[in-house]
Each structure stands twice: as C-alpha cells, then as structure tokens.
Design a protein around this ligand. Structure first.
Ligand code: AMP
Length: 195
C-alpha cells in the first residue's frame, strides 16, 4: 500500500505518518528528513540545499526526485510506504506516478490534512519554543514558516486537484486533536485495505 499525506507545513503530517507506520507496518518516507540528514552530514547534496531549506523554499524537483528514486529502490519499501512531505509539486506527483507505474504499483490514497493558517502559525511557534535553541529545526521560525506556507500555496496546493481528478483524494479535519485525526486517517486506510 502506498499512501501520501498532504497538507501545509505544521499540519501534522509527520505525526500522522509515524502513527500509520506503527499501526499498519508501513514505512514512513519523509523527504524533509532525508534532506535534513544530508545537511547535517554536510555531504555534496547537503551543501547544495542548505540555504534553500533554511529559507523555507522548495528544493528543485530534479534533486528531490533523485533522492526519492534511490530511496524507493531499497528493499524496506516493499512493505508499503507513507509519503510525508512528498510530492510537493505537480511535476513530483507525475514523476511518482511514473515510478509506481513502472513497478506495477500505484498510489492508493492521498490523505489531505486540512488546517487553517492561524492554527499553523500557533503550532509552529509552539514547536519552535518547545524544541528550544538546541533541538529546534533551523526552518521552524514564524518568519520562515511564512515562506513555507507561500511555497505550499504556490507549488503544492495544485496537487490537490491533480489527485481529485484521479479519484484518490480524501480529506481529514486536521484541526482536531491528534487521536481524533489519527482515527479518521485509520478509518480511510482500513477501508482501502479491506477493498
Ligand atoms: P518538511 O520536513 O517536509 O517540512 O521539509 C522541510 C524542507 O525540506 C522544506 O521546506 C523544503 O525546503 C525541503 N523539502 C522537503 N520535501 C521536499 C519536496 N518534496 N520538494 C521540495 N523540497 C522539499
């Protein structure tokens, strides 16, 4: 099974992806995590992307697709994947469709976490303060969040009609508490599993 979690920054994709991983034995693939690891390792990829990530802008489709293509070759993906933070552009969504088609696989469902902007700013402020100076992600400031929201609106939101057209988009109210969101998400996944 292949699931995409879609939603603006701070909508809870990471949290819900981890919960799906634990409940359904799927593998969470977070492009943000992979890219952050490259920045920490200060390798060739990390050097190319650090300033773009810190500014809250999107990494090029070319680089992200290189990363994802190589990650999807690893055997642990066979148990099924929850994509968290990927795809983020229509070009990425189309490329994923091709990658899956070539393996005779498909994206089964795209779960959209709906959260309003004001709640997002509050969440990110909380995340920035609770992580403290040491643990905080360098892109977890209100200023950078605004860039990330803007990037989401321009580049990522057009993915919604792309998947609606394919009849695989499901919406969940991401304003509810984590457990309620989780149970709505589980219900969607259970239905797909049983069909
Ligand atoms: P995330 O952890 O998903 O919020 O991602 C953190 C940052 O990594 C984003 O603000 C982007 O700079 C970069 N990033 C992660 N995933 C992608 C993607 N699929 N396409 C482009 N940039 C990405």
């Amino acid at each position: 099974m292949n699931i995409i979690l879609l939603g603006p920054p701070g909508s809870g994709k990471g949290t819900q992806a981890k919960r799906l991983e634990a409940r359904f034995g799927l593998l969470q693939i977070s492009t943000g995590e992979i890219l952050r690891e490259a920045v920490i390792a200060d390798n060739e990829l990390g050097k190319k992307i650090k300033s773009t990530m810190d500014a809250g802008e999107l990494i090029s489709d070319k680089l992200v697709l290189e990363v994802i293509r190589s990650r999807l070759e690893e055997p642990d993906c066979k148990r099924g994947v929850v994509f968290d933070g990927f795809p983020r552009t229509v070009a990425q969504a189309k490329a994923l469709e091709e990658i899956k088609r070539a393996k005779n696989e498909k994206v089964d469902v795209v779960i959209m976490l709906d959260v309003d902007d004001e709640a997002l700013i509050t969440r990110i402020e909380e995340r920035a303060t609770s992580a403290g100076v040491h643990g905080a992600r360098s892109d977890d400031t209100v200023e950078v969040l605004k860039h990330r929201l803007q990037a989401y609106r321009i580049w990522t939101a057009p993915i919604i009609p792309f998947y609606e057209d394919r009849g695989i988009l499901e919406r969940v109210d991401g304003m509810k508490d984590i457990k309620q969101v989780s149970s709505a998400v589980n219900k969607i996944v259970d239905t797909i599993k049983n069909n």
